[in-house]
Design a protein around this ligand. Structure first.
Ligand SMILES: CC(C)(COP(=O)(O)OP(=O)(O)OC[C@H]1O[C@@H](n2cnc3c(N)ncnc32)[C@H](O)[C@@H]1OP(=O)(O)O)[C@@H](O)C(=O)NCCC(=O)NCCS
Length: 195
C-alpha cells in the first residue's frame, strides 16, 4: 500500500481519516500542520511535520492529500496545492467504500469522496475537491478544482460548479445552471443560478 501524508489536521481531517481507513488503499504515515502540534496525535495518527517538510517527504516517495477544510475560501487549500505542484508531489484520490461513483464518472487526483456520497453518470470532478458525506451529484455535472460540496448537498443534473466554490450543507441546485468562480452557496438554500 502507498504511504500517505495528510496536510492539515483539524476537524475535516478526522472525517478524511475515517474514510481513508475504511477504503484501506493507503497507509497514513502522519499529518503535517503547525509545529506546536508536533508529536501529538489525531485519531492515533501523529503530527510529523510542517509544510516546509513537503519537499523531503516527496523525495521519499509519499503521496499526499490536503485535509484542511474549506468554508469561507479555498485559499489555504490552493496555497498547499501550489507547494505540492512545486515539489512534484504525487496526489492521492480517496473514495469511501460506502460512496457510489458511477463507472461513467471521473474523479481527478487530490479529491476525496466521502461516506454515502453518490456521483452519477457523466459527472466530472476536478482536482482537490471535497465531496462530503451524503452529497448527491447528478448526471452531467461538472465540478471544477478546489470545490467543496458539503454534507447532504444536492447538485442536480448538468450543473457547472466553478473553481473554488463552496456549496453548503443541504443546499439544492436547480438543473443546468452554473455558479461563479469562488462562489458561496449558503447551507439549506435553493440555488437557481447566477441572476
Ligand atoms: C449557516 C449559514 C446558512 C448562516 O449562518 P449565519 O451565522 O446565520 O450567517 P452568516 O451569513 O453570518 O455566516 C456565517 C459564516 O459563513 C460565512 N459566510 C457567509 N456568507 C459568505 C460568503 N458569501 N462568502 C464567504 N463566507 C461567507 C461568514 O463569513 C460566517 O463565518 P464566521 O462565522 O466565521 O464569521 C451560512 O453561513 C452557511 O452556509 N455556513 C456554512 C455551513 C455549512 O454548510 N457547512 C459545511 C459543513 S460540511
Amino acid at each position: 500500500m502507498q504511504k500517505l501524508i495528510l496536510l492539515g489536521g483539524g476537524g475535516h481531517c478526522k472525517s478524511c481519516i475515517d474514510v481513508i481507513e475504511q477504503e484501506n488503499k493507503y497507509v497514513i504515515e502522519g499529518i503535517l500542520d503547525t509545529k506546536e502540534l508536533l508529536g501529538q496525535t489525531l485519531l492515533d495518527h501523529k503530527y510529523i511535520g510542517v509544510d516546509e517538510d513537503i519537499k523531503s517527504f516527496v523525495q521519499q516517495g509519499y503521496v499526499f492529500l490536503i485535509t484542511v477544510g474549506q468554508i469561507k475560501t479555498a485559499s489555504i487549500r490552493k496555497k498547499i496545492a501550489q507547494l505540492l505542484t512545486k515539489h512534484g508531489a504525487l496526489l492521492a484520490t480517496v473514495v469511501s467504500p460506502r460512496a457510489y461513483v458511477s463507472r461513467h464518472a471521473k474523479v481527478e487526483q487530490g479529491s476525496i469522496i466521502m461516506h454515502d456520497a453518490l456521483i452519477n453518470a457523466s459527472v466530472a470532478i476536478g482536482k482537490h475537491c471535497i465531496i462530503n458525506t451524503k452529497a448527491l451529484v447528478e448526471h452531467d455535472t461538472i465540478i471544477d478544482d478546489f470545490c467543496h460540496i458539503s454534507t447532504s448537498a444536492v447538485i442536480n443534473g448538468g450543473v457547472h460548479i466553478k473553481e473554488g466554490t463552496f456549496f453548503g450543507s443541504n443546499a439544492v441546485s436547480k438543473e443546468y445552471i452554473e455558479t461563479d468562480n469562488n462562489d458561496f452557496i449558503k447551507a439549506g438554500s435553493i440555488f437557481k443560478g447566477l441572476s
